[in-house]
Design a protein around this ligand. Structure first.
Ligand code: G
Ligand code: G
Ligand code: MN
Ligand code: NA
Length: 254
């Protein structure tokens, strides 16, 4: 309860920040970033989401947190619109199940893009199966509506849940993210290699973009390139970092 109280306070006082992890194409060019929240706690230092997202989920604070993240993301996109190198970047945002189901989720998302004057196409909403399982019909309708408004969708942690294939055929997705548990064993683990190739092939068949998460080594990157993966994320390409560092990182690559 103490941490919950402190987190509520943190959201009001901007102790939270977004870090940005690069997502790159096969040539290593930056396509955009995934926004990952961090809490700069005055005593504890940098607190990772694994420590406070579960508390936020359990307390309902995840709705305030989710809104805070969306607003911070839109504000960042507005800044990026002014930089030639960053103008076309797409920012991926993790959306919790509660947040996605919130009554005013659609309206508030659209209102934020208007407030910051950014195209909906710059935002990619990352959903996990937990968003979808309770009421798939509701999720499908909401996704179609948002998709028509221009927002993109990625299915996060792909391959770890159950009945993922049923979703693939029903949802208006743009991208699937190969969970990093399958990337870990590359290139030597033959199961991981087989699963990874199959997910990439699946994405091709369904006309979806595919991104590998948790790429940490050159050997993993090489395997994925060979398997025709089109987008990459992981420490090999860059850690999650503050916005100013992210921009310098991108400029240094130019
Ligand atoms: O960097 P990492 O430790 O960033 O993130 C750990 C987990 O926290 C991931 O599963 C990620 O999806 C989740 N997470 C990170 N940022 C956010 C956020 O802004 N909103 C939500 N709902 N989850 C987040
Ligand atoms: O939303 P999701 O659960 O996919 O969150 C991504 C998580 O993976 C974040 O905690 C992020 O910091 C972490 N991450 C990103 N790249 C790497 C990587 O190359 N290796 C490892 N171990 N973790 C990573
Ligand atoms: Mn994610
Ligand atoms: Na993931």
């Amino acid at each position: 309860a103490q941490l919950e109280h402190e987190l509520r306070h943190a959201l009001q006082t901007n102790e939270c920040v977004l870090f940005y992890q690069p997502q790159v194409d096969a040539q290593g060019r930056i396509l955009g970033a995934e926004a990952l929240i961090r809490w700069l706690h005055p005593q504890r230092g940098l607190v990772m989401p694994a420590e406070f997202i579960p508390i936020a989920e359990a307390s309902g604070l995840i709705l305030d947190l989710g809104h805070w993240v969306l607003e911070a993301a839109c504000r960042q996109l507005q800044v990026w619109q002014t930089h030639p190198v960053a103008r076309d970047w797409v920012l991926a945002i993790n959306i919790s199940a509660h947040q996605f189901r919130q009554n005013d989720f659609v309206e508030s998302l659209i209102a934020l893009t208007q407030k910051y004057a950014i195209p909906a196409e710059r935002l990619k909403l990352e959903l996990t199966e937990s968003v979808l399982i309770d009421d798939i019909q509701f999720a499908i309708e909401r996704m179609h509506y948002l998709k028509a408004a221009g927002f993109g969708f990625a299915l996060d942690d792909f391959g770890t849940g159950y009945s993922s294939l049923a979703y693939i055929k029903q949802l208006p997705l743009d991208q699937i993210k190969i969970d990093r548990c399958f990337i870990d064993g590359l290139p030597l683990d033959s199961n991981d290699a087989a699963i990874t190739r199959i997910i990439i092939r699946l994405a091709q068949e369904f006309n979806l973009q595919v991104i590998a998460e948790g790429v940490e080594t050159q050997a993993q990157r090489d395997f994925l390139l060979e398997a025709a993966c089109v987008a990459f994320q992981g420490y090999w390409f860059g850690r999650p970092m503050p916005a100013d560092e992210f921009l310098s990182h991108a400029l240094a690559q130019e």
